[in-house]
Design a protein around this ligand. Structure first.
Ligand SMILES: C[S@@+](CC[C@H](N)C(=O)[O-])C[C@H]1O[C@@H](n2cnc3c(N)ncnc32)[C@H](O)[C@@H]1O
Length: 351
């Protein structure tokens, strides 16, 4: 078959960009761990020696790192004085963990995909699942770091107020379960905002529950507790609010999980389901956000679900229509899309 030279060059051009991105991933986590971005973003322009000395790192490596960062467009280089700096936008994305668009967390999670490539290759042949807890540990802190900025900027101000009557209940003192809470980013944000309410985080991954307890201790909050439990066996039948943050699609039996949640709610309770943003059809998700989520889904969410009973494997791009079917099948009668962001769908289900 004859090659179309223009199409070939377009594809090769794209792949060279991808090679650079894939190779630079570990340099992002290194820059974050060693405080290179933080230091650069908080200082006036620096040479490689100045950055190395301020961060107690080796100049030769730092010089090469800076060159890779500048070539990536993540930092700026001024050849007149051989100094580097970061713009406010570059700082928001790489240098400031409190920024709503801080993205380095994603690269910790991505590094777990590379660590676990061999396990995944085997799973493709056997069809077996991989438990969430069997991934490289950088996945768990990566998930926390990646999702936290969005929860910090959206959960209290934009998401909870779109649920019918929930904020009023939380202000007065409500009982809340956060299912599949992971390291508890969402639980702790809510517990801080609503001190009269009680928050209980459940996750079937015991190491995540250990970390969640540590986070609560560090934050010095007392209206939270964390326990190892699955979405189908967590205790209680008097919750005002039950939340699933980015985890319903990871579950083997999301219908069973919804059914258990419905029974655990008070009759006028609310279930909030936060899921990755997706449209209903594959062809509508063939875009940069869908691309990232389909990759995470192949290597994390789908094997996590397949590893559990039922193994429905919704995938991270299920879309609202499919999620509504699952939620209704679980027994909820009322359903609405409460709100959305470019990365998330926020769904409300009620008995
Ligand atoms: C993508 S992480 C999200 C963690 C957390 N909700 C957050 O937003 O940072 C998915 C979580 O669901 C948990 N999980 C998956 N299946 C579960 C199940 N059947 N019961 C309880 N937790 C489950 C995993 O252990 C993991 O912590």
């Amino acid at each position: 078959m004859e090659l179309n030279e223009a199409s070939l060059n377009d594809l090769l051009g794209k792949v060279v960009i991808e090679m650079g991105a894939a190779a630079n991933g570990p340099l992002i986590t290194i820059g974050d761990k060693l405080g290179l971005y933080k230091c650069l973003s908080e200082s006036s322009p620096l040479t490689s020696s100045e950055l190395a000395s301020k961060t107690n790192t080796a100049e030769r490596y730092v010089r090469e790192w800076l060159a890779a960062q500048a070539a990536s467009g993540y930092i700026q280089y001024d050849p007149t004085n051989e100094k580097f700096h970061m713009t406010p936008e570059q700082t928001a994305v790489f240098g400031d963990p409190k920024s709503p668009v801080f993205m380095t967390g994603a690269f910790y999670a991505i590094s777990s995909l590379y660590h676990d490539e061999l396990k995944m290759e085997k799973a493709f042949k056997s069809g077996e699942g991989i438990s969430w807890g069997d991934h490289s540990t950088c996945l768990f802190c990566g998930t926390e770091k990646f999702f936290s900025p969005s929860y910090e900027s959206n959960l209290i101000n934009n998401w909870l107020p779109t649920l019918d009557g929930v904020v009023e209940k939380l202000q007065q003192g409500a009982k809340v379960a956060d299912i599949g809470c992971g390291h508890a980013a969402s639980t702790i944000i809510m517990a801080k905002a609503f001190p009269k309410s009680t928050f209980i985080g459940y996750d079937f991954h015991n190491k995540s529950i250990e970390q969640a307890n540590e986070r609560a201790k560090t934050a010095n909050i007392t209206n939270v507790s964390f326990h190892v439990a699955t979405a189908k066996n967590f205790p209680g039948n008097d919750y005002d609010l039950i939340c699933f943050f980015d985890c319903l699609h990871d579950m083997g039996d999301p219908v069973g999980a919804c059914n258990h949640a419905m029974k655990a709610l008070k009759p006028d309770g609310t279930c909030m389901i936060v899921e990755p943003f997706a449209k209903d059809l594959l062809e509508e998700n063939l875009n940069p956000v869908g691309r990232a989520f389909y990759a995470f889904s192949t290597m994390l969410c789908t094997p996590c679900s397949i590893n559990q009973e039922v193994g429905l494997a919704l995938g991270a791009q299920a879309g609202e229509k499919r999620l509504k079917e699952v939620i209704n099948k679980g027994g909820f009668t009322r359903f609405k899309r409460a709100t959305e962001t470019p990365f998330n769908l926020i769904l409300e289900a009620r008995p």
